[in-house]
Every structure is written in C-alpha cells, then in structure tokens.
Design a protein around this ligand. Structure first.
Ligand code: PGA
Length: 248
C-alpha cells in the first residue's frame, strides 16, 4: 500500500517569526514521518531546528542538478543532506513556468536528488488550455515519463509523484476527486509499467487548492495518497487539520 503524505509547500512566504509560531502551534497526532514541509531555502536550517520535536521532516522547494562549483544562486543537494533535509520538490509548475525548467533539466534534478539520498517529489500537471484541448493525459504522463527517464529505484520510498493541475494551484478551484483520480490512476499504471511491484507502492499526491474542507473526499480515492499543499499549509491550525485527515 502506498503511504499517505501531507506536504506543505510554503513557496516564498513566512517570516522567521511566523515560522516560530507555526511550530509552536502545530498539533500533530499519529505522525509516521509522513508530514513534511518545504520552506524557503533560507529558512531550512531554522525549520530543521524547530521541527525536531514535532517529527515533521523538512525539505527544499528546488535543488541543483550539479554537485558543486560555479552555479551562482543554486541549491546544493550535498548541503541539503549535510543540513539534515529529507526531500526536495522538483519541477513544480511555478519553476516550469517562471524559470523555464525543461523536462530534461527536471529529470537530471530527480537523478541528482536520488543519488544524494534526498526524496524527489516530482511535480506534474496540465494547464487549463491543455485540459480544454483534451491533452491532460498526454501532458501529465509525458512529464512523468521524461522526469523519470533512466531513473532506477531500489524501493518505493525513494520517490513521490505529485499531480498538480496548474489551473487548480492557488486559484481555489480544486479538481474534483473524480477528475483527480482519473489522472492518478493513469499515473499509477505508468509507474507500474516502469517499476513493476514497486510502482504499486509509490505515493501519488494531489495538489491544487487542497483545504481542510475538501481533503477528506480527495483522500478517499484509491490512488490519491496525500496532498501537496500551498496556501492551506501556512497556518499551523489548517496544516494540523490536513495532517489529521491524512492519518485517518
Ligand atoms: P495551493 O498550492 O495549495 O495554494 O493551490 C499548491 C502547490 O503549488 O503546491
């Protein structure tokens, strides 16, 4: 069975003071190392220190595909590991759209993260135009295939895939559980094609306007194994509620 995860993507939000309050207000039960947060890179160290008593695992929103050297502004996987980070988002739609990240580049980041021992959370999803042109499956499955090109896995815990329809991110328009499951089940078939038995257990998260009031119905679907959450992960109360729903 795939494990259920709740991952908060804080994007470029949160002051240092807000982070301190977040961790002191967080109420988590039944934590199975499956509640994760990706703060701004500059806050990773602080979050690692504050999260240690909560059991929340901390990761990065992005990483470099290079080991080290002259790559101004990049986020090193070695340094993330050295600090104690656990995972990295890769290929978030905002990185694809605003920073022109290509499938090939994303694939090399997935490879680098796994090589160094970080769990890549590979984000995929179609735009509204692509959905309306009936291209959802082509786009999403194409992004999964390219993102995982030549990637070998030892076990299911080395990778998470997150389906985030671009039209649902930050818009308040969640995909219906049926719309999401339709895509998730195709992604599941592809993961099984690529990784056999291991593919059955890789977690596939849904992202895009997940909130405490819609998370339960999404998580009821067979192939929705948790959420990747932006806006609703920023306040301790709502992130705690999301985690509680994820543990049910
Ligand atoms: P949202 O963001 O929950 O604010 O829609 C999700 C994401 O971008 O990961």
């Amino acid at each position: 069975m795939p494990k259920n995860y709740m991952i908060g993507n804080w994007k470029m939000n949160q002051t240092s003071e807000e982070i301190t309050s977040f961790f002191s207000d967080l109420k988590l039960e039944n934590n199975q190392n499956n509640f994760w947060i990706a703060p701004q890179t500059l806050h990773i160290d602080k979050c690692l220190a504050l999260a240690s008593t909560t059991g929340v695992l901390i990761g990065s929103q992005n990483c470099s595909d290079q080991d080290h050297g002259a790559f101004t502004g990049e986020v090193s996987t070695d340094t993330l590991m050295e600090m104690g980070a656990h995972f990295t988002l890769v290929g978030h739609s905002e990185r694809r759209a605003y920073f022109q990240e290509s499938d090939a580049f994303i694939n090399s980041k997935v490879a680098k993260a796994i090589e160094k021992g970080l769990v890549p959370v590979l984000c995929v999803g179609e735009t509204l135009e692509e959905r309306e042109a009936d291209k959802t499956f082509d786009i999403v499955l194409g992004q999964v295939k390219s993102g995982l090109d030549s990637i070998e896995l030892n076990n299911e815990a080395e990778l998470i895939v997150a389906y985030e329809p671009v039209w649902a991110i930050g818009t308040g328009k969640t995909a219906s559980p049926e719309q999401a499951e339709e895509v998730h089940s195709k992604v599941r078939d592809l993961l099984v094609e690529l990784y056999g038995e291991t593919g059955k257990d890789i977690s596939i998260l849904y992202g895009g306007s997940v909130k405490p009031n819609n998370v339960k119905e999404l998580l009821e679907k067979t192939n929705i194994n948790g959420g990747l959450v932006g806006g609703a992960s920023i306040k301790a109360e709502s992130f705690s509620e999301l985690c509680a729903a994820c543990s049910l």
